[in-house]
Design a protein around this ligand. Sequence first.
Ligand code: TA6
Length: 281
Amino acid sequence: MKPSIELIDFHGIEAFRLRVGEGSATISRLGGQVLSWITSDGRERLYLSPQAVFDGSRPIRGGIPVCFPQFAGQGDLPKHGLLRTRPWQKDHQNTGDDFSLICLCVDSDASTTELWPHAWRAELTVMLEKDRLDIELAVINKGEQPFSFTGALHTYLRVTQVEDVALEGLEGLAYQDSADGGRLKRENSREVLIEAETDRIYLNAVRPVQLHAGNLSLAIEADGFPDVVVWNPWETLCSSFSDLPADGWRHMLCVEAAVAGKMAEVAPGEEWYGRQTLLAT
Ligand code: TA6
């Protein structure tokens, strides 16, 4: 079967399904959010909460939410910025012998300038190849003043049991421990294990970060995003999220490509971009 792209109904909302061989990726117009990535072995690699809400009243819990122009609560804007509940448009799509690619976009409007007084366009390009997913965020400054932003691709990875996960590639990095009052610490472990609530911004990371969990292994590359956020609410915080089931924390781990330690600046007419690549190995 040749690579293809179709518009589908996914939990009652419009989404694009990219297919390459046995693999697929699903991206919703709502939030410009990748909601599913199935590799050629038939395994779903992203966590999407069974209690996720798809009516736009709140961000969809899971997949790859796009955070822009503010990461988390690092400013006065709504948490994680302005894009997660906005409708995105298709800009273009393309397929080749071994890939499917789609680009969605969203532009500033009166409702965003009221909160953040800048003119911009955000573009999300998702390219699916065999066992590989590239997600690129481009931010274009359409105004006459420079602006600065923080943001992330807030990737929820699906894991069988988060207690079995080891993350490699973070050793030696400074991190901001948001689960401990934002204290600045240094990672001493070769393998980061998830053993309690974890909410860290690893600064100026060197890629790839490797995720190992049982027979599952993923390489996480990034370009343009200097930081890696690792988040799991653990049992303790999970119950405070009405859109996560009681055991949701166990089956997810967010490993996010972020620009969070330092703001990125975009000059008028210029473009910033960052990419995260997930490779099932
Ligand atoms: O990226 C980690 C984080 O900022 C956590 O602090 C946690 O709250 C999470 O994002 C989820 O945020 P949300 O707004 O989707 O509930």
